[in-house]
Design a protein around this ligand. Sequence first.
Ligand code: ADP
Ligand code: MG
Length: 244
Amino acid sequence: MDGVTKVYGKGESAVAALREVSVALHKGSFSAVMGPSGSGKSTFMHCAAGLDRPTSGSVHLGEVELSRLREPKLTELRRERIGFIFQAFNLLPSLTAEQNVTLPLRMAGSRTDKTWLGDVMGRVGLSDRATHRPAQLSGGQQQRVAIARALVTRPDLVFADEPTGALDTRTGREVLQLLRQVVSELGQTVVMVTHDPVAASYADQVLFLADGRFVGQLEQPTAERIADWMTHLEPSDDANGGVR
Ligand code: ADP
Ligand code: MG
Protein backbone atom coordinates (compact mmCIF):
# COMPACT_ATOMS: atom_id res chain seq x y z
CA MET A 1 0.00 0.00 0.00
CA ASP A 2 1.58 3.24 -1.16
CA GLY A 3 0.45 6.66 0.06
CA VAL A 4 -3.16 5.56 0.51
CA THR A 5 -5.63 8.22 1.59
CA LYS A 6 -9.32 7.47 1.98
CA VAL A 7 -11.78 10.31 2.46
CA TYR A 8 -15.44 9.58 3.14
CA GLY A 9 -17.99 12.27 2.33
CA LYS A 10 -17.48 15.72 0.87
CA GLY A 11 -16.99 19.31 2.02
CA GLU A 12 -17.58 20.07 5.68
CA SER A 13 -18.61 16.51 6.53
CA ALA A 14 -15.53 14.90 4.88
CA VAL A 15 -13.68 12.42 7.09
CA ALA A 16 -10.14 11.27 6.27
CA ALA A 17 -10.26 7.67 7.49
CA LEU A 18 -6.75 6.91 6.15
CA ARG A 19 -4.03 9.49 5.60
CA GLU A 20 -1.03 8.74 3.37
CA VAL A 21 -0.65 5.17 4.59
CA SER A 22 2.29 3.22 3.13
CA VAL A 23 2.96 -0.32 4.24
CA ALA A 24 4.36 -3.56 2.82
CA LEU A 25 3.03 -6.88 4.06
CA HIS A 26 5.43 -9.66 3.18
CA LYS A 27 4.50 -13.04 1.79
CA GLY A 28 4.29 -15.67 4.49
CA SER A 29 4.01 -13.18 7.34
CA PHE A 30 1.34 -12.81 10.03
CA SER A 31 0.48 -9.16 10.70
CA ALA A 32 -1.90 -7.66 13.23
CA VAL A 33 -3.45 -4.23 12.72
CA MET A 34 -4.41 -2.43 15.92
CA GLY A 35 -5.64 0.99 16.92
CA PRO A 36 -8.36 2.75 18.86
CA SER A 37 -11.96 2.68 17.68
CA GLY A 38 -12.30 4.95 14.62
CA SER A 39 -8.56 4.88 13.83
CA GLY A 40 -9.17 3.42 10.36
CA LYS A 41 -8.61 -0.32 10.84
CA SER A 42 -11.67 -1.40 8.86
CA THR A 43 -10.99 1.17 6.15
CA PHE A 44 -7.41 -0.14 5.91
CA MET A 45 -8.66 -3.69 5.48
CA HIS A 46 -11.31 -2.69 2.92
CA CYS A 47 -8.78 -0.75 0.82
CA ALA A 48 -6.09 -3.44 1.13
CA ALA A 49 -8.53 -6.20 0.12
CA GLY A 50 -10.06 -4.38 -2.83
CA LEU A 51 -13.46 -4.06 -1.12
CA ASP A 52 -13.20 -0.27 -1.32
CA ARG A 53 -11.12 2.12 -3.44
CA PRO A 54 -8.64 4.63 -2.01
CA THR A 55 -9.26 8.32 -2.73
CA SER A 56 -5.57 8.54 -3.67
CA GLY A 57 -2.54 6.29 -3.54
CA SER A 58 -2.16 2.75 -4.79
CA VAL A 59 -2.59 -0.82 -3.56
CA HIS A 60 -0.66 -3.70 -5.08
CA LEU A 61 -1.26 -7.39 -4.60
CA GLY A 62 1.92 -8.90 -6.01
CA GLU A 63 2.21 -7.38 -9.49
CA VAL A 64 -1.44 -6.27 -9.77
CA GLU A 65 -2.50 -2.73 -8.91
CA LEU A 66 -6.01 -3.01 -7.51
CA SER A 67 -7.12 0.54 -8.33
CA ARG A 68 -6.58 -0.11 -12.04
CA LEU A 69 -9.01 -3.03 -12.07
CA ARG A 70 -12.63 -2.62 -13.04
CA GLU A 71 -15.27 -4.16 -10.81
CA PRO A 72 -15.64 -7.60 -12.45
CA LYS A 73 -11.86 -8.14 -12.43
CA LEU A 74 -11.63 -6.89 -8.85
CA THR A 75 -14.39 -9.28 -7.77
CA GLU A 76 -12.56 -12.12 -9.50
CA LEU A 77 -9.29 -11.18 -7.79
CA ARG A 78 -10.97 -11.08 -4.36
CA ARG A 79 -12.60 -14.44 -4.99
CA GLU A 80 -9.45 -16.18 -6.23
CA ARG A 81 -6.60 -14.48 -4.40
CA ILE A 82 -7.97 -13.24 -1.07
CA GLY A 83 -9.60 -15.15 1.78
CA PHE A 84 -11.80 -13.51 4.41
CA ILE A 85 -12.53 -14.48 8.00
CA PHE A 86 -15.11 -12.43 9.93
CA GLN A 87 -16.02 -12.05 13.59
CA ALA A 88 -19.51 -13.46 12.94
CA PHE A 89 -18.28 -16.51 10.93
CA ASN A 90 -20.70 -15.70 8.03
CA LEU A 91 -21.44 -19.34 7.15
CA LEU A 92 -24.52 -20.32 5.14
CA PRO A 93 -26.82 -22.17 7.56
CA SER A 94 -28.37 -24.49 4.97
CA LEU A 95 -25.01 -25.84 3.78
CA THR A 96 -22.89 -28.49 5.50
CA ALA A 97 -19.43 -27.61 6.82
CA GLU A 98 -17.80 -29.06 3.72
CA GLN A 99 -20.22 -27.32 1.35
CA ASN A 100 -19.47 -24.02 3.10
CA VAL A 101 -15.75 -24.64 2.68
CA THR A 102 -16.01 -25.45 -1.03
CA LEU A 103 -18.42 -22.60 -1.83
CA PRO A 104 -15.66 -20.19 -3.00
CA LEU A 105 -14.44 -22.85 -5.44
CA ARG A 106 -17.93 -23.37 -6.84
CA MET A 107 -18.44 -19.62 -7.18
CA ALA A 108 -15.16 -19.35 -9.08
CA GLY A 109 -16.12 -22.32 -11.26
CA SER A 110 -12.99 -24.18 -10.09
CA ARG A 111 -12.72 -27.91 -9.56
CA THR A 112 -12.32 -29.10 -5.99
CA ASP A 113 -8.92 -30.65 -5.33
CA LYS A 114 -10.11 -33.47 -3.05
CA THR A 115 -6.67 -34.06 -1.53
CA TRP A 116 -6.25 -30.41 -0.64
CA LEU A 117 -9.81 -30.22 0.72
CA GLY A 118 -9.06 -33.25 2.91
CA ASP A 119 -5.81 -31.63 4.10
CA VAL A 120 -7.59 -28.38 4.94
CA MET A 121 -10.46 -30.09 6.80
CA GLY A 122 -7.91 -32.13 8.75
CA ARG A 123 -5.79 -29.10 9.52
CA VAL A 124 -8.74 -27.24 11.06
CA GLY A 125 -9.74 -30.41 12.95
CA LEU A 126 -13.10 -30.92 11.24
CA SER A 127 -12.62 -34.10 9.22
CA ASP A 128 -15.36 -35.80 11.25
CA ARG A 129 -17.74 -32.81 11.04
CA ALA A 130 -17.85 -32.42 7.26
CA THR A 131 -21.57 -33.19 6.97
CA HIS A 132 -22.68 -31.12 10.00
CA ARG A 133 -24.54 -27.87 9.47
CA PRO A 134 -23.38 -24.68 11.24
CA ALA A 135 -26.19 -24.92 13.85
CA GLN A 136 -24.80 -28.32 14.88
CA LEU A 137 -21.32 -26.89 15.48
CA SER A 138 -19.86 -24.85 18.36
CA GLY A 139 -18.70 -21.27 17.78
CA GLY A 140 -15.06 -22.38 17.64
CA GLN A 141 -15.90 -25.12 15.14
CA GLN A 142 -17.87 -22.65 12.99
CA GLN A 143 -14.90 -20.29 12.92
CA ARG A 144 -12.65 -23.18 11.92
CA VAL A 145 -15.03 -23.90 9.02
CA ALA A 146 -14.64 -20.24 8.04
CA ILE A 147 -10.84 -20.57 8.22
CA ALA A 148 -10.95 -23.66 5.99
CA ARG A 149 -13.18 -21.73 3.56
CA ALA A 150 -10.61 -18.90 3.50
CA LEU A 151 -7.76 -21.35 2.80
CA VAL A 152 -9.34 -23.65 0.25
CA THR A 153 -8.63 -21.41 -2.76
CA ARG A 154 -4.94 -21.17 -1.72
CA PRO A 155 -5.22 -17.36 -1.61
CA ASP A 156 -2.24 -15.01 -1.66
CA LEU A 157 -3.62 -13.26 1.40
CA VAL A 158 -6.10 -13.98 4.18
CA PHE A 159 -7.78 -11.10 6.01
CA ALA A 160 -9.28 -11.75 9.43
CA ASP A 161 -11.43 -9.05 11.04
CA GLU A 162 -11.65 -9.64 14.81
CA PRO A 163 -11.71 -13.43 14.25
CA THR A 164 -11.93 -14.19 17.97
CA GLY A 165 -14.39 -11.43 18.82
CA ALA A 166 -17.37 -13.77 19.17
CA LEU A 167 -15.52 -16.59 20.97
CA ASP A 168 -14.74 -17.30 24.62
CA THR A 169 -11.11 -16.87 25.65
CA ARG A 170 -10.03 -20.51 25.41
CA THR A 171 -11.73 -21.14 22.05
CA GLY A 172 -10.32 -17.85 20.78
CA ARG A 173 -6.79 -19.00 21.67
CA GLU A 174 -7.32 -22.24 19.71
CA VAL A 175 -8.37 -20.24 16.65
CA LEU A 176 -5.29 -17.98 17.02
CA GLN A 177 -3.01 -21.02 17.32
CA LEU A 178 -4.58 -22.38 14.15
CA LEU A 179 -3.94 -19.10 12.29
CA ARG A 180 -0.36 -19.12 13.59
CA GLN A 181 0.13 -22.69 12.28
CA VAL A 182 -1.34 -21.79 8.92
CA VAL A 183 1.34 -19.09 8.58
CA SER A 184 4.23 -21.11 10.00
CA GLU A 185 3.47 -24.44 8.30
CA LEU A 186 1.73 -23.48 5.04
CA GLY A 187 3.45 -20.12 4.50
CA GLN A 188 0.02 -18.47 4.26
CA THR A 189 0.08 -14.66 4.50
CA VAL A 190 -2.42 -13.47 7.13
CA VAL A 191 -3.50 -9.97 8.18
CA MET A 192 -5.68 -9.71 11.27
CA VAL A 193 -7.52 -6.70 12.66
CA THR A 194 -7.96 -6.97 16.41
CA HIS A 195 -8.26 -4.84 19.53
CA ASP A 196 -6.96 -7.66 21.78
CA PRO A 197 -3.22 -7.44 22.67
CA VAL A 198 -3.08 -11.18 23.40
CA ALA A 199 -4.55 -11.98 19.98
CA ALA A 200 -2.10 -9.59 18.30
CA SER A 201 0.84 -11.25 20.09
CA TYR A 202 0.35 -14.35 17.88
CA ALA A 203 1.41 -12.24 14.89
CA ASP A 204 4.97 -11.65 13.64
CA GLN A 205 4.43 -7.90 13.59
CA VAL A 206 1.85 -5.43 14.87
CA LEU A 207 1.01 -2.27 12.93
CA PHE A 208 -0.54 0.54 14.95
CA LEU A 209 -3.05 2.96 13.48
CA ALA A 210 -4.14 6.21 15.12
CA ASP A 211 -6.36 8.79 13.48
CA GLY A 212 -5.86 7.26 10.03
CA ARG A 213 -2.06 7.12 10.13
CA PHE A 214 0.38 4.31 10.77
CA VAL A 215 2.15 5.46 13.90
CA GLY A 216 4.34 2.50 14.74
CA GLN A 217 5.24 -1.11 14.34
CA LEU A 218 6.34 -3.85 16.76
CA GLU A 219 8.26 -6.93 15.63
CA GLN A 220 7.99 -10.24 17.51
CA PRO A 221 5.53 -8.55 19.86
CA THR A 222 4.57 -9.60 23.36
CA ALA A 223 1.09 -8.93 24.75
CA GLU A 224 2.62 -6.66 27.41
CA ARG A 225 4.43 -4.44 24.92
CA ILE A 226 1.34 -4.27 22.68
CA ALA A 227 -0.87 -3.30 25.63
CA ASP A 228 1.65 -0.62 26.55
CA TRP A 229 1.51 0.82 23.01
CA MET A 230 -2.28 0.78 23.02
CA THR A 231 -2.40 2.70 26.31
CA HIS A 232 -0.45 5.48 24.64
CA LEU A 233 -2.64 5.49 21.50
CA GLU A 234 -6.03 5.62 23.21
CA PRO A 235 -7.09 9.27 23.37
CA SER A 236 -7.67 10.29 26.98
CA ASP A 237 -11.24 11.24 27.95
CA ASP A 238 -10.10 14.84 28.42
CA ALA A 239 -8.76 15.07 24.88
CA ASN A 240 -12.08 14.33 23.19
CA GLY A 241 -14.60 15.44 25.77
CA GLY A 242 -15.35 11.86 26.78
CA VAL A 243 -17.04 11.14 23.43
CA ARG A 244 -15.81 8.10 21.49
P1 ADP B 1 -12.00 1.39 12.96
O1 ADP B 1 -12.28 0.14 12.19
O2 ADP B 1 -10.59 1.52 13.41
O3 ADP B 1 -12.94 1.56 14.11
P2 ADP B 1 -13.02 2.75 10.60
O4 ADP B 1 -12.09 2.42 9.49
O5 ADP B 1 -14.29 1.99 10.68
O6 ADP B 1 -12.23 2.65 11.99
O7 ADP B 1 -13.36 4.30 10.55
C1 ADP B 1 -12.38 5.33 10.47
C2 ADP B 1 -13.07 6.68 10.38
O8 ADP B 1 -13.78 6.80 9.15
C3 ADP B 1 -14.09 6.93 11.50
O9 ADP B 1 -14.05 8.29 11.83
C4 ADP B 1 -15.39 6.57 10.82
O10 ADP B 1 -16.45 7.27 11.43
C5 ADP B 1 -15.16 7.00 9.40
N1 ADP B 1 -15.91 6.17 8.43
C6 ADP B 1 -15.75 4.86 8.23
N2 ADP B 1 -16.57 4.41 7.24
C7 ADP B 1 -17.28 5.50 6.83
C8 ADP B 1 -18.29 5.72 5.82
N3 ADP B 1 -18.74 4.71 5.04
N4 ADP B 1 -18.77 6.97 5.69
C9 ADP B 1 -18.33 7.99 6.46
N5 ADP B 1 -17.37 7.86 7.41
C10 ADP B 1 -16.86 6.64 7.59
MG1 MG C 1 -13.64 -1.41 12.49
